[in-house]
Design a protein. Sequence first.
Length: 346
Amino acid sequence: MKKSLPFRAARKCFGILMLVAAGCAGLIASVPAHAALQCTITGSAAISFGTLTVPRDTPVGTAIGPVQSSTVSVNCPSNPGTVPPYNNGWYIQYYPQLTSSAVTGVWNTGIAGIGIKVVDVTYGNTTLSSLAVGKWGDFGAPITTTAAFQGSFTFTYQLVKTAAQVTTGGAVNIPQVLTLVSHNIPVNITSPALVTISVNNTSIVATTCTVTTPSVSVTLPTVNASALSPVGTTVGNTNLSIGLSCQAGANVYVTLTDATTPGNTTSNLTLASGSTATGVALRVLNSGGTAVSYGPDSAVAGNRNQWLVGASSSTTRVPLTAQYISTGTVGPGTVKGLATFTMSYQ
């Protein structure tokens, strides 16, 4: 959110049923022995995060809310190979149902700027969400012995910010995050989905503020040139403030930008068009009395010379002070300055 701050002195199934006639003895039916044989996978399938507040400008990659988890149990019968090369056992696999986000290892959720990361804690902390829909992978080591297998696997789920700004929230309802299957190795047949992981009962609230004073003007007093000697002297302190109306759940940051010289990163504001005085500049002080340095008009977290104002729950204004500062021999005349301010909610 970019606003102007003028000064006047001035700112994103198969099986084959074979029927064979055997004289008067009747019919013989045979079905391949492994066609219906699969593991069973059971366990919790629905993940909920509740209502989560996401500050609009929180850095990309930031974890949102608590980590949730679920555990599934896997039971596989003995499954020896019966024909060369006598491959035994099972693969236990997952099929992603979501697309990849701009953040590595995170899937899109359907809410712009919000993704989900899924980690298989039991299988070496494998990030399951590194694969996208249309692919598949193992969620456990291949079971290649002739013995039956029993085991459990724990997955964790973390929502993650995936875009520079989250401006709209909403309900996160994902019927299918991933599905779990077994694959019969000897007969090379994969089961239908045995467990489907979903997300429900989750809501995202995007936190931001409204600027109630989009344009702020301040008039500094008239002073004698002699009052600005020697160089570096400051006079004419005049208070002003930026008004805000904020939702709770974020930290409020602000950056001032020199509108006349946008690349300026010093604390002296360039005199604007119409100024006739010489040897003087304008400065803005924050609530702590420190001169503010200027930076790019960007809301991205960590923007140069961005500073923390306070928690959004208790911030209703950004108090500032404008003043003259001498930069050389002062010549009389008019002093004007123009700066913009950019709010960031993190």
